[in-house]
Design a protein around this ligand. Structure first.
Ligand code: PEP
Ligand code: MG
Length: 573
C-alpha cells in the first residue's frame, strides 16, 4: 500500500529489532505472578505479530514466500517453545527480576551454549533467538526504535512494523522514505508519513526478505512500489518521475497565496493538521489558514515522564505564536487505541479491544489531574492568539457537560490566580463515533463547532480497524453509511449555525473535494503537504454541479457506484 506520495531513491537501512539497553530491576515477591502474566501477554502479542507477518508473506511469489515462511516458522516455534517460556518464567520467579531482564537472561544463556559450537547453521539459529527475544522485549517495553538518529543522510528505513511514536522520532531531513511489512493506510503511522511529507509504503512483507542494509532502493509512495537493487533503466525512469513531481510541486506552490474559492466564488477554508510543533513552518509554507487539528498526544510520546502544565503551555504557546494570529484548534489528549504511549504506563490501553476501550476523552475524564493540567495549558496558550479547544471521541452529551464542568473549574482557578487566559475559548467536538453523528443535533446545542474525524468514523461505522492491513481492503470512507453520517452531521451543524470541518484523511485527498463541498462542507483540515493539490481542485469546482452530483451519490446503495459517480464527476472537471 502506497500511503504517502512521493518518490525516494536511497540506501536501505534495515531496522534491526535489537533494543540495546532494556530496563532491569528487582521485583518484590508479591508481584511475581503479575510479572509472569505481563510476560505471557507480551508473548501472545509477539505470536500474533509473527502470524500476521506470516499471513502477509503467504501472498508473495513462491520462492520469497518460502524463504520468509521458513524464517517466521522458526520464530513461531521458538515463541511456542516450552523450554524458552519455562526458562523466562523461572528467571522471574527464582531471581525476582522484571520480565525484560528475564528475557535477556534467557537469550544470554542460550547464546553461551551456542558459542562453543562453530556451526554456521547454529549461528543463524542464534540470530533467530536474539530476534525473538527482541520481539518479546519490544512488546514488553513498548520502546520505540532509538536508532533513527544515527542513520546516514537520505536513508530509507525498512522495518517489520513502525509505531506512530517511532515515526515521530524520524527527522524528515535525514530520512527519505520508509517501508514496513505491517500497518494499514489510515493508521497513525501512515498519517505521520503524510504529515512529514515522507514517501511511505506499508504492508510490504516481501521487502523484508529481499532488502539488505546498504542496498539501493526506490520507494514510490503513491503507486505502492518498492524496487530493491534497481537496474540502470529503472533507476533512470524513477529519477525522471521524481523530477517531474518536483516540477509539479513547484507549480502548485504558486497557489500558496491564492484563495481556495470555487469558480462561483464559494470560499473553502483550508487548514492544517499537525502532530508536532515543528510542523508549524510547513503549515505556513503551504498557505494554511490555521490549524484545524493539533494532535497533542504526540507531546506525550517518546519520553520517560509526563509533560507538566508549564512544559505543555510553553509548547502550545510557541505553536500559537508561530501561527501569527491564525486560529489554532488544539485537541485534548487522544491516547489509547493504536496511539499508546508508554509514559502513561498501565493507565492506557490495557484492554482486549483498545479501540473500544479507555481511549481519548474517556481516558482524560478518568485522569482529572492530567486533564486539568492540559486544559490549563490550552487556556493559557489562548492568551497569545486565537485558540479553539477540541474534544476527541465524544459519544454523548453527558461527556461534553462533564468537560464543561472541569473547564469551568480550571478557568475559575486561573482567573483567581490572575493568570492570563483568553476571554472565551470556543469548545468543539470531534464527530468520529457513529453515535455522536446520530446525536449531532443535540451536540450542536452544547458546543461551538464540529470537526468530523472520518478516519475513526469510517472505522467505527464499518467495524474495520484502520491500522490493520488484513482488512484494509474493506476500509472505505465512500461507504454510503459513512456518507450519510457526514451528511447528517453537516446538516445538524448548519441548522444550529455552527461551523463544521472535516479533519480526517479524506480532507487531504483531492478526489473527495467535490463530494465534500457538494455536501455543504466549507472547511477542510489536512496534512500541510496536501493543501496545494486540494486547493487546485477546489478552484476548478462549481458548487452547483458538485451539489447535484453529491445528491445523486447519496442515492446510491453501494460504494462501487459511489466511486464510479465521483470519479466520473472529477474526470469531467
Ligand atoms: C479522525 O479520526 O478522523 C481524526 C482526524 O483523528 P485521528 O486520526 O487522530 O484519530
Ligand atoms: Mg480520530
Amino acid at each position: 500500500m502506497g500511503v504517502s506520495p512521493g518518490i525516494a531513491i536511497g540506501t536501505v537501512h534495515l531496522i534491526e529489532t535489537g533494543l540495546g539497553q532494556v530496563p532491569e530491576y528487582s521485583i518484590d515477591p508479591g508481584s511475581v505472578d503479575d510479572e509472569v502474566a505481563r510476560f505471557a501477554k507480551a508473548l501472545s502479542k509477539a505470536r500474533q505479530q509473527v502470524s500476521r507477518l506470516k499471513q502477509k508473506g503467504a501472498e508473495l511469489a513462491d520462492a520469497t514466500a518460502e524463504e520468509l515462511g521458513l524464517l517466521l516458522d522458526a520464530h513461531a516455534a521458538m515463541l511456542g517453545s516450552t523450554r524458552m517460556i519455562d526458562a523466562v518464567e523461572r528467571n522471574i520467579r527464582d531471581q525476582k527480576i522484571n520480565a525484560e531482564a528475564a528475557v535477556q537472561a534467557m537469550v544470554r544463556e542460550i547464546a553461551r551454549g551456542f558459542e562453543r559450537v562453530k556451526d554456521p547453521y547454529l549461528a543463524a539459529r542464534l540470530q533467530d533467538i536474539r530476534d525473538v527475544g527482541s520481539r518479546i522485549l519490544r512488546q514488553l517495553t513498548k520502546t520505540p526504535y532509538q536508532a533513527f538518529s544515527v542513520l546516514p543522510a537520505g536513508a530509507i528505513v525498512i522495518a517489520d512494523e513502525l509505531s506512530p511514536a517511532d515515526i515521530a522520532l524520524m527527522d524528515p531531513t535525514k530520512i527519505s522514505a520508509f517501508v514496513t511489512a505491517l500497518g494499514g493506510a489510515e493508521g497513525h503511522t501512515a498519517i505521520m508519513a503524510r504529515s512529514m511529507g515522507l514517501p511511505a509504503v506499508l504492508g510490504a512483507s516481501s521487502v523484508l526478505a529481499a532488502a539488505r542494509s546498504g542496498q539501493t532502493v526506490i520507494v514510490d509512495g503513491e503507486g505502492g512500489r518498492v524496487v530493491v537493487n534497481p537496474d540502470a533503466g529503472t533507476l533512470a525512469e524513477y529519477t525522471r518521475r521524481a523530477e517531474a513531481r518536483a516540477r509539479l510541486n513547484r507549480q502548485l506552490a504558486r497557489l500558496r497565496t491564492l484563495p481556495a474559492n470555487t469558480l462561483d466564488g464559494t470560499s473553502v477554508g483550508l487548514q492544517a493538521n499537525i502532530e508536532l510543533s515543528r510542523d508549524v513552518d510547513g503549515a505556513l509554507n503551504a498557505g494554511a489558514e490555521g490549524i484545524g487539528l493539533f494532535r497533542t498526544e504526540f507531546m506525550f510520546m517518546n519520553r520517560d515522564s509526563l509533560p507538566g502544565e508549564e512544559e505543555q503551555y510553553a509548547l502550545l504557546r510557541s505553536v500559537v505564536e508561530g501561527m501569527k494570529g491564525r486560529m489554532v484548534t488544539i485537541r485534548t489528549l487522544d491516547v489509547g487505541g493504536e496511539k499508546l504511549t508508554s509514559v502513561l504506563g498501565d493507565n492506557a490501553g490495557q484492554s482486549a479491544n483498545p479501540m473500544l476501550g479507555l481511549r481519548a476523552i474517556r481516558f482524560s475524564l478518568k485522569q482529572p489531574k492530567l486533564f486539568e493540567a492540559q486544559l490549563s495549558a490550552i487556556l493559557r496558550a489562548g492568551a497569545h492568539g486565537p485558540v479553539r479547544l477540541l474534544l476527541p471521541m465524544i459519544s454523548s452529551v453527558h461527556q461534553v457537560r462533564q468537560v464543561k464542568a472541569v473547564l469551568k473549574r480550571v478557568s475559575t482557578r486561573l482567573r483567581r490566580r490572575g493568570v492570563d487566559i483568553a476571554e472565551a475559548t470556543p469548545l468543539g467536538v470531534m464527530i468520529e463515533v457513529p453515535g455522536a453523528a446520530l446525536i449531532a443535533d443535540s451536540l450542536a446545542q452544547e458546543v461551538d463547532f464540529f470537526a468530523i474525524g472520518t478516519n475513526d468514523l469510517t472505522m467505527y461505522t464499518l467495524a474495520i480497524d484502520r491500522g490493520d492491513e488484513q482488512v484494509a481492503g474493506l476500509y472505505n470512507p465512500l461507504h454510503p453509511a459513512v456518507l450519510r453520517l457526514i451528511q447528517f452531521t453537516v446538516g445538524a451543524a448548519q441548522r444550529a449555525g455552527k461551523p463544521v470541518s472535516i479533519c480526517g484523511e479524506v480532507a487531504g485527498d483531492p478526489r473527495f473535494a467535490s463530494l465534500l463541498v457538494g455536501l455543504g462542507v466549507r472547511e477542510l483540515s489536512m496534512a500541510s503537504q496536501s493543501i496545494p493539490r486540494v486547493k487546485q481542485r477546489i478552484r476548478a469546482l462549481d458548487t452547483g454541479p458538485a451539489t447535484r452530483r453529491a445528491l445523486a451519490i447519496m442515492d446510491q446503495a453501494e460504494e462501487g457506484q459511489v466511486s464510479a459517480l465521483l470519479d466520473d464527476f472529477n474526470e469531467n472537471l
